[in-house]
Design a binder for this molecule. Structure first.
Ligand SMILES: Cc1cc2nc3c(=O)[nH]c(=O)nc-3n(C[C@H](O)[C@H](O)[C@H](O)COP(=O)(O)OP(=O)(O)OC[C@H]3O[C@@H](n4cnc5c(N)ncnc54)[C@H](O)[C@@H]3O)c2cc1C
Length: 389
């Protein structure tokens, strides 16, 4: 019997990307997923590859990932519906333009291709927008991908190159040497998988998995609800990603607030609109709350009155993996050799999946990572706690 070098826990877009990039390096991989591939946040997400989320480390992760997606769209065995569609962020009122203008100039200084738009320019680009908005900006490099297809395609390509992809197999334990100095196996409902290294890529569930080795990983579920409409004509909105500029504020709202909603419309390849977005801390309660749907729709109708004539066909909710500083953890665990974390991407995990997989493969194979990883280390939380004491 041969054993894998690395077991990946979680078959979302992050775990699948880790599997894909590890097998490219010749590493033997066994991925374990408690449901089907993509069953967590990854199939619940929208389609936006966001290349302008701050702080700067997100810009690097997202832009490098976008480049990798271009490569992946050429080589993966399934069409992942990647397209560079650009996005438009809309400022609700004229008085919001000054501060958004500063954001756009800062992003331009960092090399993001974006341009500020007056209200008149915006409405001439998008005639079906509310006419009384303050203005906005166009982000040329933003793109779209079908997150479920991207997840399945990376898992499938990893399998073609020898990875074992084990679905409907829940992880129930992690085994370490008796002195807790090294991982030795993953325990699932189906049995024991001996291995040298383990990557926890279980999204919002990663904190629970880490507790199996008494490790504190501050990741919690942040629920997001989505509405899907029937297909609409391509010309209803010319740009395929439209969102309120205030969206980023809803991301930054703290854990104590109630529901944060922001207008967000994305048209996918087959013509349906995805309407978002909401953020709530309600544990793992996946039920769709009609009041939240109603709040989301009010915000969307404020910017996109043409939606009043569009038919909604389904709703769902998923769990973004939230960390307190809104940065992912892409890191070895210093205290338990052989254990790695790739999780905590909140609302940007679809965007940052390919680079996360590549960075994890570089860490595990001892290569110099493409990006500096200090800000993404697990130990940053220990440092933050130390500073509070
Ligand atoms: C409504 C919504 C809209 C979004 N829109 C976007 C967007 O437009 N752009 C963007 O970049 N991001 C978006 N996101 C965020 C993105 O979906 C997530 O950041 C990303 O999917 C996280 O991927 P993951 O693989 O870490 O987690 P998940 O996809 O949740 O995968 C984790 C997996 O681990 C499995 N697992 C858990 N416990 C166990 C166990 N014990 N044993 C085995 N397996 C286990 C789960 O079943 C799950 O499949 C959105 C999220 C939501 C909810």
């Amino acid at each position: 019997m041969t054993y894998p070098e690395v077991v990946i826990i979680g078959g979302g877009i992050i775990g699948s990307a880790c599997a894909y990039y590890l097998v490219q390096e010749g590493v033997s991989v066994h991925l374990v997923e408690k449901g089907a591939i993509g069953d967590g946040a990854s199939k619940a997400g929208m389609s936006h590859i966001v290349t302008w989320e701050e702080p700067e480390i997100h810009l690097h992760l997202a832009r490098e990932s976008n480049r990798l997606y271009q490569e992946l769209s050429q080589v993966l065995p399934i069409d992942i519906e990647y397209r560079q569609s650009g996005s438009i962020a809309i400022v609700e009122r004229p008085e919001g333009m000054a501060s958004f203008g500063e954001t756009v100039r800062r992003l331009q200084d960092w090399g993001v291709k974006c341009q500020l738009l007056s209200a008149a320019e915006l409405v001439s680009m998008e005639p079906n927008l509310a006419p009384d908005v303050g203005g906005g900006a166009y982000f040329e490099e933003d793109a779209q991908v079908n997150p479920l297809y991207a997840t399945q395609a990376m898992a499938c390509a990893a399998k073609e190159r020898g990875a074992v992809i084990e679905t409907f197999s829940e992880v129930i334990g992690i085994e370490c040497t008796s002195d807790h100095r090294r991982v030795t196996a993953v325990l699932t409902v189906r049995g024991r998988i001996p291995c040298e290294k383990i990557v926890i890529a279980a999204g919002a569930w990663s904190g629970q998995i880490a507790q199996m080795v008494n490790l504190e990983v501050p990741i919690s579920p942040r629920k997001g609800t989505l509405v899907v409409t029937a297909p609409v004509p391509e010309d209803l909105f010319r740009c395929k990603i439209l969102l309120a500029a205030g969206y980023m504020d809803s991301v930054r709202e703290g854990a104590s607030s109630g529901v944060a909603v922001a207008a967000n419309v994305q048209q996918v390849k087959n013509g349906n609109l995805l309407l978002g977005s909401s953020r709530q801390f309600v544990g793992f309660d996946a039920s769709v709350d009609p009041r939240v749907v109603s709040m989301m729709m009010k915000r969307n109708l404020r910017f996109f009155p043409a939606l009043a004539k569009v038919t909604a066909i389904r709703t769902w909710a998923g769990f973004r993996p939230y960390t307190p500083d809104l940065l992912p953890i892409i890191s070895a665990v210093d205290t338990i050799p052989g254990l790695y974390i790739a999780a905590g991407h909140e609302g940007i995990g679809i965007t940052e999946a390919p680079i996360t997989g590549k960075l994890i493969s570089q860490i595990i194979t001892g290569q110099t990572p493409d990006l500096p990883l200090g800000l993404l280390s697990l130990s940053r939380f220990k440092e933050a706690l130390k500073n509070l004491i």
